[in-house]
Ligand binder design. Structure first.
Ligand SMILES: [Zn+2]
Length: 202
């Protein structure tokens, strides 16, 4: 009897340990993911939505990594922002990479977002200063993916260059020409200055 009781006890303990181990692994993955998003500049609301971690733990992790408290206030919530000239180009670059990560690369959810943002950073990083960050912040990129999921935004093919650009959904796409093919006068100057700088670097 004593032996049987002992056996039953140890197997119950064993399964508890298995569950513990699984939840520790899951938690470690979520902390790793949250840390990656914090380093890319994610706001607390993004972390709360994308991980199962508590507000307290995320705030602590945020302070540990960024040496400051997470900022308060509203998230940037504007579909129209993505339609203005420079933000539209950055948003389009990001979303092209995101589509690849979430499609051919087979990544899911926040992992696709993190990898796409890293790709965008590599490609466009020199445009922003460290204080200002990139034109499209990580939180705005996250928000934009939600706009796409909510069917508020769509990719349009430019009739002139054939590139794919972020656009309001459900609008006529037949005559669409992108911001790079139809430059506003001031943007043109800025872009050619950037191109000149890139050529000099090369
Ligand atoms: Zn174009």
């Amino acid at each position: 009897m004593a032996v049987q009781r002992g056996k039953a006890k140890s197997s119950a303990k064993g399964s508890v340990r298995m569950d513990d181990a699984k939840s520790v692994v899951r938690e470690a993955r979520e902390i790793e993911l949250a840390a990656a998003m914090i380093r890319l500049g994610a706001r607390l609301q993004v972390l709360l939505t994308e991980t199962g971690l508590s507000r307290e733990r995320l705030s602590r992790l945020y302070r540990e990594i960024r040496q400051e408290s997470p900022p308060k206030g509203m998230l940037p919530f504007s579909v129209d922002w993505h339609m203005t000239w420079l933000p539209n180009i950055h948003s389009s670059v990001f979303y092209n990479i995101y589509q690849f990560m979430a499609g051919d690369a087979g990544l899911r959810g926040p992992v696709a977002l993190v990898e796409a943002y890293r790709g965008y950073q590599d490609l466009m990083g020199e445009e922003g200063t460290p204080e200002q960050g990139l034109v499209l912040s990580f939180t705005r990129a996250w928000m934009m993916v939600r706009f796409f999921e909510a069917d508020m935004l769509q990719m349009f093919r430019c009739n002139s260059c054939g590139g794919q650009f972020v656009h309001h959904a459900h609008e006529p796409a037949e005559t669409f020409v992108c911001g790079l093919c139809r430059l506003p006068p001031r943007a043109g100057k800025r872009l050619s200055a950037t191109r000149g700088a890139k050529r000099r670097q090369a």
